[in-house]
Design a protein around this ligand. Structure first.
Ligand code: GDP
Length: 474
């Protein structure tokens, strides 16, 4: 394992802005020395004897104890912050280095002053994600766990947090290390046949290799990939697209669901020319809700671009809210839209139900309504809660959304697929009785792909890319 930089780094680890408390974190071999320089157990008095007083009350930095005191600017004792400070010596810390965490009163000025004092006392400002990067470089976590840290920070719902927590526990890394162990065993057998063919009795036991690969590597890879299929919806959010002719009330409905005026609502058809996306939590389920440009035949080139985008969005939707207008009833243009989304999971919504008087007569074709029809009034807020429950139930019963144990992210999924392809090549080459040397090439390729998941064989630019997604202070 490469060892991390020798520099001592520091950053504000809490969000910038107003807050009850804020934390400055310091990591590296100089952390304790910096703390000794700036920490005092009581406030300095700004008098002639200040210097002496400060010296007298300077105390030892005690490991793993929250110590109350003051951070004092060594160059100007009049500047100080009241703090709680914790010292976590190496290797039992987030980065495995000596770590100091200083909790001070929150707010921009207090934290800026505190950070400046620390930087002037021997630390340099940390890069984004550098603390977690050091945890990875020092071998405390693997790359899949580092990625889970970003997921935890970004998790918007209970379900995505649960997935991220399991990945932080190292479930993916563990599964991958198991697979690599088996591949290494196979590699050793192959190497023996390549290097010392004369010393080895008999031919390569291709049956044995084949069954080991299928049972202990390809099987588990398929299981984790299956986890991606189900779990990425929980991680990234299901995509719910509101679709319908112009003016049926799509934007009004988006605003109702979000409970704020996100989209412009007018009585002029064609106002929404581009799509609008917003994240919501639907009873704990992460979802992205998309308001689309009204779908109709038009010669307006700008509107046409919007409608093409709408068509593409509807194809990628996990669920479509297909909306028709109770005021006009179903018209031929609605039928055109329906034809194009026949095979998609959808809910039929008759909006503007407030306009209905007496017996509704909206001519819903028989084949449209087999899964039921919902009547709403986006304008008056009627039927919205019922609709949300319906959406949730439809998504949960679609079979794509049950919680699975291990959920890889897109990068990890692509690498698993790369390993899968290489191993399928191995199976074929075994059947074709190719030379062990050729078989070993694909085994190596699979091991490299798996190694990139945990970070054992990953290229530096990929590591940079992953950690650039972190914020400063993490
Ligand atoms: P979009 O083009 O489908 O996005 O439709 P908008 O949300 O912009 O709404 C078009 C018009 O229909 C606006 O004048 C809205 O006030 C009106 N509208 C939307 N929802 C309702 C509703 O539930 N009832 C009634 N009566 N009017 C509505």
């Amino acid at each position: 394992m490469i060892s991390a930089d020798k520099d001592t780094i520091a950053a504000v680890s809490t969000p910038i802005g107003f807050g009850g408390i804020g934390i400055v974190r310091i990591s590296g071999c100089g952390s304790a020395a910096i703390a000794r320089k700036v920490f005092r157990t009581s406030a300095p008095r700004v008098t002639a004897e200040t210097h002496q007083t400060s010296k007298r009350i300077s105390k030892e930095i005690i490991p793993r104890r929250l110590q109350y005191g003051y951070i004092v600017d060594p160059e100007n004792p009049a500047v100080f912050n009241e703090v709680l400070m914790a010292y976590m010596p190496s290797p039992n810390s987030y980065t495995r280095e000596d770590v100091i965490e200083i909790q001070s009163h929150g707010g921009m000025a207090a934290l800026k002053t505190l950070l400046e004092i620390v930087l002037r006392s021997g630390a340099r400002l940390a890069d984004p994600g550098e603390f977690t990067r050091r945890a990875y470089l020092n071998g405390r976590i693997d790359l899949s766990q580092a990625e889970a840290v970003i997921d935890i920070i970004q998790a918007k719902t209970d379900a995505s947090l649960r997935i991220a927590n399991r990945n932080l526990e190292g479930e993916i890394g563990e599964a991958v290390r198991e697979m690599k162990k088996i591949l290494l065993e196979i590699q050793v057998v192959l190497e023996a046949h390549i290097e010392f063919p004369e010393d080895i009795e008999g031919k390569l036991d291709e049956q044995e290799i084949r069954s080991k690969l299928s049972r202990e590597v390809l099987g588990p890879i398929s299981a984790v990939l299956e986890g991606y299929k189900h779990g990425h919806l929980l991680r990234e959010g299901v995509r719910i697209v509101i679709l319908g002719r112009p003016n049926v009330g799509k934007s009004c409905m988006l605003n109702r669901i979000l409970q704020r005026e996100r989209a412009i609502v007018t009585s002029y058809p064609g106002t929404t020319r581009d799509s609008i996306e917003e994240s919501i939590s639907l009873f704990g389920l992460p979802a992205v809700i998309v308001d689309t440009a009204g779908w109709r035949n038009t010669n307006d080139p700008v509107e046409k671009i919007g409608i093409d985008r709408t068509k593409a969005l509807s194809q990628n939707a996990d669920l479509i809210l297909f909306m028709v207008d109770a005021g006009t009833g179903v018209v031929p243009e609605d039928e055109d839209i329906f034809m194009q989304i026949q095979n998609k999971e959808k809910i039929l919504i008759v909006n503007k139900a407030d306009l209905l008087t007496g017996e509704p007569n909206i001519n819903i074709p028989e084949r449209w309504s087999h899964s039921g029809v919902l009547f709403t009034s986006a304008m008056f807020g009627h039927g919205i809660e019922n609709m949300k429950e319906w959406i949730y139930k439809t998504l949960m019963s679609s079979g794509n959304l049950h919680e699975v144990e291990v959920v890889p992210n897109l990068r990890q999924k692509n690498l698993l697929e790369r390993a899968q392809r290489a191993l399928e090549g191995v199976l074929k080459n075994l059947s074709d009785q190719l030379h062990p040397e050729l078989i070993a090439i694909d085994i190596k390729e699979a091991m490299d792909a798996l190694g990139e998941i945990t970070g054992d064989t990953v290229k530096p630019d990929i590591i940079d890319e992953i950690f650039s997604r972190f914020c400063i202070g993490k």
